[in-house]
Ligand binder design. Structure first.
Ligand SMILES: *Cc1c(COP(=O)(O)O)cnc(C)c1O
Length: 425
């Protein structure tokens, strides 16, 4: 925690001198309560340690990448073994072919794979592929949906110019009429419809995908020749061992994956069906590190665990255990707490809390009880968590609700977030 004389405070002061703003992106200074640590020293299983050695149950899982636990013995052993054999070389190893075969075997709509490093690489590549396939320009995506931090999709458009954002039409997630209107507006120039597996925007309640919306997106793509893209970067393999929309019977043409694909090692991928194969082989996409072998070894081990273990059933049950226990405790303390989205990727927002002052206070009180939760972003479960971890988090929540009750009348608004909450609402 950022107490005076703490290691975290010292690192923050040094960072302020050599890192613009002291930190950037989703780790920017000020997006979380002041007592949240900025720096960490260790991660193991479901836990993280801050730079001062405080240990937390980590409900963020690195914002998704941690699926099987930090420092996973088998995954990291596969990584280290390959590191000793060669990692960044003049070309890829055979692991690349094995990995593409594994993904094509697991994800129903996929007939091929192109690997990259970040989720943004994979979503941007999907956009390029759709434009190459259709030779058209327009893309439809849902307002407020996150698809990465490139100029075409970044949520805070400082430094972005109109032409970076050209040819985008926005609809409302789960709203068939707005999707149809967007398709009509695109006319004969529609290249792609992008969709998140469920609505997982920050600051607002999450929503499961409406099957009618997903089916209509598929139909509209089929009718116009545009490609349907599901952005699985965040939700991939936490809801299904296949593409998330396979649960509602809708298969996209392209999907982008990243985050947990190699359990924290940097790897992302665009998967596609045969329909888009020719276009995908016609675009020029690459990166100095896109052929690295060690991350692919880690990914093969991660995919093996996805196929062969009951991780999905376990994290789902753990998510439901937390959700039920939290609902009980919130009600007992007299708070309206909205827990939205799939239980395995929950978001908590308090009723009557437009500037998140209750959420910030609750998160701080959780943190001081050893649980790293998030006041406005969805959280994640990992397979290293146990029922005892969840029960510990529920004990922490009970204490945090009582502490919030004591303080709630005197809380100050969270002014530093005003620009974000204004934009999101
Ligand atoms: C994180 C995320 C991205 C971008 O991935 P990066 O690895 O951060 O570039 C894209 N789409 C979704 C849904 C994400 O959650």
């Amino acid at each position: 925690m950022s107490r005076p004389n703490s290691r975290d405070r010292e690192l923050r002061e040094r960072a302020a001198a050599v890192i613009p703003g002291g930190m950037y992106g989703h780790q920017s200074v000020g997006l979380l309560p002041d007592d949240y640590p900025q720096f960490f020293s260790r991660g193991e299983g479901a836990h993280i340690w801050d730079a001062d050695g405080n240990r937390y149950l980590d409900l963020m899982c690195a914002y998704g990448p941690n699926l099987f636990g930090y420092a996973h013995p088998e995954i990291d052993a596969a990584f280290v073994r390959q590191l000793g054999q060669g990692d960044t070389m003049t070309g890829p190893t055979g692991l690349m072919v094995e990995l593409a075969e594994a993904l094509v075997g697991m994800v129903s709509h996929a007939d091929w794979a192109i690997f990259c490093k970040n989720g943004t690489d994979a979503t941007t590549m999907a956009l390029t592929t759709a434009r190459a396939h259709t030779r058209r320009r327009k893309v439809i995506r849902a307002k407020g949906a996150y698809h990465g931090a490139a100029p075409w999709c970044v949520t805070r458009p400082t430094g972005v110019i109109d032409s970076d954002r050209a040819n985008q039409i926005f609809c409302d997630y789960n709203d068939v009429a707005s999707l149809e209107a967007a398709v009509a507006e695109a006319g004969d120039d529609l290249a792609a419809i992008f969709a998140a597996p469920f609505k997982h925007d920050a600051f607002v309640d999450q929503a499961e995908p409406d099957a009618a919306y997903a089916r209509r997106a598929r139909e509209l793509c089929d009718a116009t020749g545009a490609l349907l893209v599901v952005d699985e970067v965040r939700a991939g393999f936490r809801l299904s061992r296949d593409c998330s929309w396979s649960r509602i019977g809708v298969e996209p043409d392209l999907s982008s994956w990243g985050k947990c694909l190699a359990n924290g090692h940097p790897l992302s991928v665009m998967l596609g069906s045969d329909k888009a194969r020719k276009a995908a082989s016609s675009i020029f996409v690459t990166g100095s590190f896109w052929f690295q072998a060690a991350t692919m070894a880690a990914a093969l081990e991660t995919l093996r665990l996805i196929r062969e273990t009951d991780y999905l059933e376990r994290i789902t049950a753990l998510g439901e255990r937390l959700r039920a226990g939290l609902a009980e405790r919130a009600a007992a303390a007299g708070f309206g707490l909205r827990q939205t989205g799939p239980a395995v990727m929950p978001l908590f927002l308090f009723d009557d809390d437009p500037d998140l002052r209750k959420g910030f206070c609750f998160a701080s009180e959780m943190l001081s009880r050893g649980v790293y939760a998030h006041p406005w972003h969805n959280m994640f479960f990992c397979a290293a968590m146990t029922e005892a971890d969840v029960d510990g988090a529920l004990d922490a929540a009970e204490g945090a609700f009582s502490a919030l009750k004591r303080q709630v009348r005197d809380l100050e608004p969270v002014e530093k977030l005003a620009f974000l909450t204004a934009g999101a609402r």
